[in-house]
Write a protein that binds this ligand. Sequence first.
Ligand SMILES: [Zn+2]
Length: 322
Amino acid sequence: MIETLARDIFCIKIPLPETPLKSLNSVVIKGKERNLVIDTGLNHDDCFAAMDAGLTELGIDRNRTDFLITHLHADHFGLLHRLLTPDSRIYFNRPEAELLEAWEGWEPMLESARVNGFPADKLRQALENHPGFKHGSKWKPGMRMIHDNDEISVGEYTLRCIETPGHTLGHICLYEPENKIFISGDHILGDITPNIQCWEEGENLLNDYLQSLDKVYHLDVALVVPGHRSLFTDMKKRIDQLKAHHMERLGEVETILSKGAQDAYETASQMTWDIRAASWDDFPIAQKWFATGEAISHLHYLEHSNRIAKTLDRDRIIYSGC
Ligand SMILES: [Zn+2]
């Protein structure tokens, strides 16, 4: 399905099989010399078929097409290697390019989940259900690094890159000033709340996220094109809602901790989740994983704000109310 957003700017819906996100919004900008595709889909045949059909319908010559990936998640990055031609440029952010360079497999993330209380006997199963494990790609391409305020020209348009860390470490949004289009990746979604997971000790991605929301708040935006679900117009209202959501969640986590010291997995099991399951025990394993990562991001934020305390009990990280 293709939607025209402005002259030579299009959105192709790429289905995302087996994920609750349903589909990805891939933005395509047509130029005389070169075209640009922003985000691609999973490394999955259904994604490839949809992208291939969409690009063909738009008359896009793949040999004159470059790619920009907003962040290193499999549903945005995974399909990229199947779309490239020898001349394709790939625009990407430095923090996540460094993660790719230093990639040592999934073990460090599994270890982080374990010390945060994720059941050791369920770790393998969680990994095998993780979209990045199932539909990512192990390949490390040559990429052009983009930074805050860099401009990318395509056709008659100039896109401004805006670093918006939080959803991931190096997430990039794009702003097109002529039509006031904001391509938000997974930084700001309209129908669902972007997942803010944190697996590294010392990182405070929720704080980064809230600052990145403030950073783009005053942009003059007429249309937000998020990475998933519906396009929308009132970005300020949505940012206000997302900030309020996280303030509420932080309060909820503090209340949960007031019942007793516990690890992140236990905290996650008591938080309110917008998911169709009767109880925590009925959550699909992948959702338990995401929920634990989300609980950790809120716990890190509270700990950095001195609202809660962290201790190590043998090799398990325990949080408690102050
Ligand atoms: Zn994402």
